[in-house]
Ligand binder design. Sequence first.
Ligand SMILES: [Zn+2]
Length: 249
Amino acid sequence: MNDQQLLRYSRHIVLDEFDTDGQERLLNSHVLIIGMGGLGSPVASYLASAGIGQLTVCDFDDVDESNLQRQILHRDTRLGMNKALSAKIELEAINGGCRINPVVERLEREALDQLVTSVDAVVDASDNFETRHAINRACFQSRRPLVSGTAINYIGQLAVFDLRDHAEPCYACLVPEDTPSTVDQCSTSGVLAPLTGTIGSMQATEIINFLVFGESRLSGRMLLYDARESQWNAVPVKKRGTCSVCGSI
Ligand SMILES: [Zn+2]
């Protein structure tokens, strides 16, 4: 690290157990974030400012007026622009030392597998089950840690799947792949703006736990946050022997 980096990241470096080694690990890391919406915005903002060396940010969708209530990476001036490209502009303004690779197309299976293999950890900030399951399969196959979040209505969920270890549960253990897709999307159910910030910030924290400390202590549990009731709950996530992704291992 040079003098400028030592100053920039000094509030990390003085943390117990973090030190310059922890910051070096972040600077040498590459994280994939899928979805540059309500969750992806805070995840990417904090990972960029925290000094992750490289972020690959994916979204095939364009910025819409109705996104701006919560998707804080995007701006009025970028309505109609692809979200990954819009995010790149903002993330480079946050930290010019962070390399941002935008991916503007929908990732099909092989491309997703390839991308997941090339990174250290993956954030699922997508908004549909099909994508979530595709990400889970790719992370399982490539043995990459997966930090998953959702925010709909007043309810947020955060779960961590340490798929480096195939004895750990995966996302499909929690939500089986054949679950009927009763999609509960923001467009129909609404979502409280700062709820996405709460869950997204926690996703960024768990990624840093993996990168700096080698583990997330949330592995095997899911946190549920009810923003209307101001209540947190933790529920265990168990490996299912019949899971279509990890069950046969
Ligand atoms: Zn599973």
